[in-house]
Ligand binder design. Structure first.
Ligand code: GLV
Length: 316
């Protein structure tokens, strides 16, 4: 029987694989991220850790864990930029994530932002709730059409392709850009070309050194002044100051964000930027999907402890 730390209370049934394998599970019931000191102190005592994207599993935690009995991290998220995978590999700790199980739910959310940002839903709702609505106005809250628009996907993994499928139902033309040619129809060889031609740009890349501020001032300037930018990937992929400036100057029509640089802190300038729809990182937030994510992370931990290589292990 192995000892497993689960850093937060997870949705019901999420830990079933650990329970079925007979592991001894210690779970934090309060919903607050662990500090580095807490993780460093706890890591050596456990064979496996199931954590969330808000837990920073950095080198100090991994080294402390490896000096004890830690063998595996199951990150209950598809993105794993919160885990130092290079150090994990160097100290022999396996890291797993949750690919596949959240594609549809996250694509739904991306589409929600595409629709809401393009149709100015937040500004309109704010006016209604703020008692500023004086009745149906021919010239009020004039958004842009989603149907028939050209959607540019930056990144074309599982989630990006699910967004593309939804776009077909809206009669949109869909193009995509990735570093390597996907070979799929709609591939555009350069990011600049995609940005310059799209009416709506949706980001679906992981956060890496290469994608940090992938969309910065220069890239925003390439976009049409009528265009909309949606980010459900990771906050630092977009230079938020440049985004605020573009929205305020009207050189970008609108934007939808689910993720923020430095979250849960949010750059206060975003709150007053026009034509911006903001959600608090809820891309995968349905009960069913979060339960699938927890189970997949837990199953990866069980696999490693049983001497199997989990299909969801991530490489460096
Ligand atoms: C959510 O952002 C995830 O990476 O799962």
């Amino acid at each position: 029987m192995a000892r497993i730390l689960v850093t937060r209370h997870l949705t019901e049934g999420g830990l079933d694989p650990l329970v079925a394998a007979g592991h001894d599970v210690t779970q934090r019931e309060v919903d607050v991220p662990w500090t580095e000191e807490e993780l460093v102190a706890a890591a050596p005592e456990f064979d496996g850790i199931v954590c969330l994207l808000t837990d920073h599993i950095d080198a100090s935690v991994l080294r402390a864990g490896a000096a004890g009995k830690l063998k595996v991290i199951g990150n209950a998220a598809v993105g794993y930029d919160n885990v130092d995978v290079a150090t994990a590999a160097s100290v022999g700790i396996v890291v797993c994530n949750t690919p596949g199980v959240l594609d549809h739910t996250t694509a739904d959310l991306a589409f929600l932002l595409i629709l809401a940002a393009t149709r100015l839903a937040s500004d309109a709702e704010r006016d209604l709730r703020g008692a500023r609505w004086e009745g149906w106005g021919f010239n009020d809250h004039l958004g842009r059409d989603v149907h028939g628009a050209l959607l540019g996907l930056v990144g074309y993994g599982r989630i990006g392709r699910e967004v593309a499928r939804r776009a077909e139902g809206f009669g949109m033309e869909v193009l995509h850009h990735t570093r390597n040619n996907t070979g799929f129809p709609g591939y555009v060889g350069t990011l600049d070309e995609l940005l310059a031609s799209a009416d709506i740009v949706s980001l679906h890349v992981p956060l890496t050194e290469d994608t940090h501020h992938l969309i910065a001032r220069r890239e925003l300037a390439l976009m049409k002044p009528t265009a909309v930018l949606v980010n459900t990937a990771r906050g630092p992929v977009v230079d938020e100051q440049a985004l605020v400036d573009a929205l305020e100057a009207g050189t970008l029509f609108g934007a939808g964000l689910d993720v923020y640089d430095g979250e849960p802190a949010v750059n206060p300038l975003l709150f007053s930027a026009p034509h911006l729809v903001m959600l608090p990182h809820i891309g995968s937030a349905t009960t069913a999907t979060r339960t699938h994510m927890a189970r997949l992370a837990a199953q990866g931990v069980c696999d490693v402890l049983a001497g199997r290589t989990p299909p969801n292990a991530v490489g460096v």
